[in-house]
Design a protein around this ligand. Structure first.
Ligand code: MTE
Length: 300
């Protein structure tokens, strides 16, 4: 496993709110890394100004509550998030049903400001709160031979009005290769802007994989399975030509129906220019080595 994640913000982040978050994150990041300074990634430094809480919570994708961007904000309050439990099974030393509180026990919740790039060619910057997935996987003990991690969202027809429609083969499912799952950038998020995770953003617990298209970041997780086979992934299964298992952000490979070269920044206003999409969503230095020797035009 690579070292712990390093902060990539600088004081170029200009809004007072961003500076506030930035400072807190600098302190947390430096403390976690045991170093005084931080490593900035120049390509993205001045762009990591978080979107507003309003944008992040009102422009969502959560098809279990409808396919409109405003459907999750309107209807996800129907989801009961307390109590919540997650089944962790497959190739682990300590399989079982863990309550949300048991999952959180011993985890250090940090704030991380990540770019978030949706496959639909829009993007946001979100200040997530959460911990590294690796820390949870280490807690349950991954057995040798495990190669992938599968994730599953709750399926509750009584609470999720969108699952009445066969948009996807419910429940929503996603997967990562084990090394991707163990990467220090891969986060289990339990909140944003210092507040508990809003229902529409995947309460109470979701995945955030910042170098992959947003649909890999599965919401409202109820099951995590360690396996030695490439897991079922909902979008990949629905349309393998359009959505690969890897789905790394890649401006050089267009979606069959639209370009991935640029993105619309949510909250940028009417006259905002589209911005170029960066390889691995700007996290190339951190993650490119995971895919050495793989042709990323084939393994989409
Ligand atoms: N997880 C579930 N269970 N259902 C979904 O429809 N949508 C995905 C992902 N996780 C989705 C999901 C997509 S397409 C995106 S872009 C992100 O969630 C959106 O996250 P956000 O609404 O918090 O910005």
């Amino acid at each position: 496993m690579a070292g712990r994640w390093k902060n990539d913000l600088t004081y170029n982040d200009v809004t007072p709110e961003a500076v506030f978050l930035n400072r807190r994150q600098l302190i947390a990041g430096a403390a976690a890394a045991g170093v005084a300074g931080t490593i900035a990634s120049p390509a993205m430094a001045e762009e990591l100004v978080p979107n507003s809480f309003e944008d992040i919570t009102n422009y969502c994708n959560f098809y279990e509550f409808g396919t409109g961007k405003d459907d999750p904000a309107r209807y996800a309050s129907a989801l009961t998030t307390q109590p919540w439990s997650i089944e962790i099974d497959g190739m682990v030393d300590n399989p079982g049903t863990y309550s949300f509180e048991q999952v959180m026990d011993g985890m250090t919740v940090e704030e991380r400001i990540y770019r978030f790039r949706c496959v639909e060619a829009w993007s946001m910057v979100v200040p997530w709160n959460g911990f590294e997935l690796a820390d949870l996987l280490e807690k349950v003990g991954v057995q040798s031979g495990a190669k992938y991690v599968a994730f599953e969202t709750a399926y509750r027809p009584d609470e999720m009005r969108g699952v009445a429609f066969p948009v996807l083969d419910w429940p929503y499912r996603e997967g990562l290769r084990l090394d991707e799952a163990m990467h220090p950038l891969t986060m289990v998020a339990t909140g944003l802007y210092g507040k508990p995770m809003p229902n529409q953003n995947g309460a109470p617990i979701r995945l955030v994989v910042p170098w992959k298209y947003g649909f890999k970041s599965i919401k409202s997780i109820v099951r995590i399975t360690l396996t030695d086979e490439e897991p079922f992934a909902s979008w990949n299964q629905a349309n393998p030509r359009e959505y690969g298992f890897y789905s790394n952000v890649n401006p050089n490979v267009d979606h069959p129906r639209w370009s991935q070269a640029t993105e619309r920044v949510i909250g940028g206003g009417l006259f905002a220019k589209r911005q170029p999409t960066l390889m691995f969503n700007g996290y190339e230095d951190e993650v490119a080595s995971l895919y050495e020797g793989m042709d990323l035009t084939t393994f989409i």
